[in-house]
Design a protein around this ligand. Structure first.
Ligand code: HEC
Ligand code: HEC
Length: 291
């Protein structure tokens, strides 16, 4: 009897093992083929100016759009995910130093990466939030590129990405924004420029830096990756609906909420929003209060 039960359990476990391996194998190959798909798009031609006002503006944007959070304060690259489940994800060295971008990395390649989320070989970039940057105005995108192309070379050779099973599983279930090019409407044209003023429209434009986590409707949802907290609703139906403009500005500058919570900058990038101007924060508030 006991032997029969043990045998039965053994067979059940073995079948389960085979089933899991089969499902994982399917997910792995499905994600691999999405990663290897080649995209053919025509990146718009941008006129880049390199005067000092433009470079200073571009540097500020590199901070407030979060480039430095993933590519390092000197933009020389850094490991920004190193997790036993997810694996290793590298924010590339974006300078022309050793380990950086190729010497002939052109303005077109920059636009391809930022607007389309595509590498110069036509394949998707991984985990780079181009689905946010695709909404940048032509003026802002040009300034970021001018600044990035003028960076001091940083010699820093980083390892390649090394994705572990959890990354494939989550990407397959669309629970991890890994395959960037799929998340972009490639035929959309860049808007020329956006007026910086306290308005719902300008707030909506700025909110493109938040939608990757708070979702396009800003109502939050599941954690963005395992180990991160649930992303809160930041519209009138969430806490923001109860906060005054001053309180909202304080949260995005200090990470401390009126409810007494201290937000960990690893979960919600408030050091990025701390660098926003009053106009930008008030415009965001106006937009969120309108939803
Ligand atoms: C959430 C993290 C994150 C943020 C924020 C981010 N990047 Fe990236 N970026 C990445 C990762 C990861 C890669 C590598 C993608 C790959 O190799 O597939 C990358 C790749 C790139 C590349 C392509 C390099 C190549 O090999 O072709 C460029 C250009 C780039 N980023 C520019 C920027 C700029 C400019 C900003 C700010 C406007 C920015 N990134 C913000 C994570 C990020
Ligand atoms: C990388 C993901 C990410 C991005 C980008 C991001 N947030 Fe958040 N945000 C979070 C998470 C996660 C929390 C919850 C933090 C916690 O629970 O500790 C949060 C919390 C908040 C809160 C506090 C809400 C509350 O009820 O306490 C506000 C307000 C907020 N975010 C606004 C913004 C705005 C505005 C932007 C864009 C300018 C933005 N966030 C960009 C992930 C993000």
């Amino acid at each position: 009897m006991l032997i029969r039960i043990l045998k039965g359990t053994g067979i059940a476990l073995l079948s389960l093992g085979v089933l899991i391996a089969g499902v994982y194998g399917y997910m792995y190959h499905q994600v691999q083929s999405r990663m290897n798909e080649k995209y053919v798009v025509q990146a718009p031609v941008l006129n880049i100016r390199y005067d000092s006002a433009q470079l200073a503006y571009g540097e500020r944007l590199a901070i407030v759009k979060g480039c430095r959070d993933c590519h390092g304060d000197d933009m020389g690259g850094k490991v920004f995910v190193d997790d036993p489940g997810l694996g290793l994800l590298i924010g590339k060295n974006l300078t022309k130093g050793k380990g950086g971008l190729p010497k002939d990395y052109s303005t077109e390649d920059w636009v391809l990466a930022l607007k389309h989320g595509i590498r110069r070989d036509g394949k998707t970039l991984l985990f780079m939030p181009s689905y946010e940057f695709t909404h940048l105005s032509e003026e802002d995108m040009s300034a970021i590129i001018a600044y990035a192309q003028s960076l001091k070379p940083v010699d820093r050779e980083l390892p390649d990405h090394n994705l572990k099973p959890l990354s494939y599983i989550l990407a397959s279930l669309d629970k991890l924004p890994l395959i960037v090019a799929e998340k972009i409407e490639h035929s959309t044209e860049l808007i020329k420029q956006v007026k910086s003023e306290v308005s719902v429209d300008f707030g909506k434009y700025l909110s493109n830096s938040c939608t990757g986590c708070h979702r396009p409707n800003m109502k939050g949802g599941d954690p963005i990756a395992p180990g991160f907290p649930v992303v809160p609703d930041v519209t009138t139906s969430g806490n923001v609906g109860k906060w005054t403009e001053d309180q909202f500005v304080t949260v995005l500058r200090t990470g401390k909420t009126p409810e007494g919570k201290e937000i960990d900058p690893k979960n919600m990038p408030w050091p990025m929003t701390a660098a926003y101007t009053d106009t930008e924060l008030k415009a965001l508030y106006a937009y969120l209060k309108s939803i």
